[in-house]
Ligand binder design. Sequence first.
Ligand code: URA
Length: 248
Amino acid sequence: MKAKSLKPMRLEDILFSQGFGTRRVCAGLIQQGHVAVDGQVQTDAGESYAPEGLQFSVQGTPWTFHEHAYVMLHKPAGTECSQKPSAWPSIYTLLPAPLRQRPNKGAVQGVQAVGRLDQDTTGLLLLSDDGAFIHRMSSPKKHVPKVYQVTACHPITDAMVQKLLEGVVLDDDPKPVRAAACAQTGESTLDLTLTEGKYHQVKRMLAAVGNRVDALHRSRIGGLTLPADLAPGQWRLLSETDLALIKP
Ligand code: URA
């Protein structure tokens, strides 16, 4: 994730690597005067630049070169984390084309979600085109804590909190799953911290203690909190500081 020094690259290859289309499309955009580097229109697709941090614009859209893209998205309710959603719009429609089109050696194109949230769950979702990062962040061995703000359908009792902390058995696994932390924040709300990510885990854990999830919001991954100024549906590239906060 640390910026390494990359060899100079041709402008056409820089645009291609950042997801602006095939090399041919990128060359066309440059030759037709749609690309500016550091504010100057550049029509030579073969001109070389040191890529890391290069600022350019394509058809007026400003862009900064990043070898890999690390993105946080405030997932709104009513969206699916699948590329091929079955009933609701895909979260990928919330991202600009270059993030969806970034070439990815041997794998699917563009950034991919790090794990999934349910259709009705809102909050912090990470995406990247760095396979090693996705693997590290998703690995159960890394125990990256994730904080979920739960609104339950019924009042939460001390006994429920106790059981969530001690561990509950979910139907498909005899090994109990427990919350790393569980703080009641209101009569029927709590903050639940999990370090694993089983299918519908929060909903199933609440059901296992005799309650039900009414609304679910993920507010934190590792040390990274969803920024208050990132509205539902908005995305932002992660800074080096953000990345350090979530490093497993
Ligand atoms: N647990 C759930 O039940 N749903 C989510 O979306 C995330 C965690």
